[in-house]
Ligand binder design. Structure first.
Ligand code: URA
Length: 191
């Protein structure tokens, strides 16, 4: 992980590198247990994350923390990261070329952690992970996929991929929050 961090810090080819330098902020590599059973993968850092270098510490992070508490999972026992490691300006959606640039770092993080469960947060990480594990044929919209476990083969064994809505959708929407909370319950099978 230290090597990955050094390489991301030096990733000058990324268009987001210039943003990072201009704004004097940090890339977000990830945090949590390196032997976690469950790995959460979000989209990209927001303002608070880029300021602190930590994933999910802003409003979406508070929601994520609340969800974890609701199912009795300790944040320190999981690993939390994003596909894109630098903040896109104005929190816009990550561009395909940004996902291509940062994806290999995420791939290496998965190989290091070897999680039993990959919980994707939002459609970008769902798409990336389902394709990475050869599940293109079952890939559908997140409204059809959320809250279900899809079994896949990885280099280290079987992995359950669980697409979840991004916590940001639940910040101002009570119905979405209830769906997210209901979906999180599936994770208790893998604690
Ligand atoms: N949204 C994300 O997708 N990731 C973060 O780390 C914070 C907000």
């Amino acid at each position: 992980m230290r090597v990955i961090k050094e390489e991301v810090l030096a990733l000058k080819e990324s268009s987001l590198y210039a943003e990072r330098v201009k704004n004097n902020v940090f890339p977000v590599i990830g945090e949590g247990s390196h032997s976690a059973k469950i790995m959460f993968i979000g989209e990209a850092p927001g303002r608070n994350e880029a300021k602190t270098g930590r994933p999910f510490v802003g409003a979406a992070g508070k929601l994520l923390d609340e969800m974890l508490v609701s199912v009795g999972i300790d944040r320190k026992e999981v690993y939390i990261t994003n596909i894109v490691k630098d903040r896109p300006p104005f929190n816009r959606d990550p561009l395909p070329e940004e996902i291509t640039a940062y994806g290999p770092f995420l791939d290496r993080q998965i190989d290091i952690i070897q999680p039993e469960v990959i919980a994707t947060l939002g459609r970008f990480s769902m798409d990336y992970i389902m394709r990475k594990f050869g599940l293109d044929d079952v890939l559908a919209s997140i409204s059809k996929m959320h809250g279900r476990a899809f079994e896949a083969k990885s280099s280290y064994g079987t992995v359950a991929i669980i697409p979840l809505y991004h916590p940001a959708v639940a910040i101002y929407n009570r119905d979405s929050k209830n769906i997210l909370m209901e979906d999180f319950k599936i994770l208790t099978q893998y604690k």
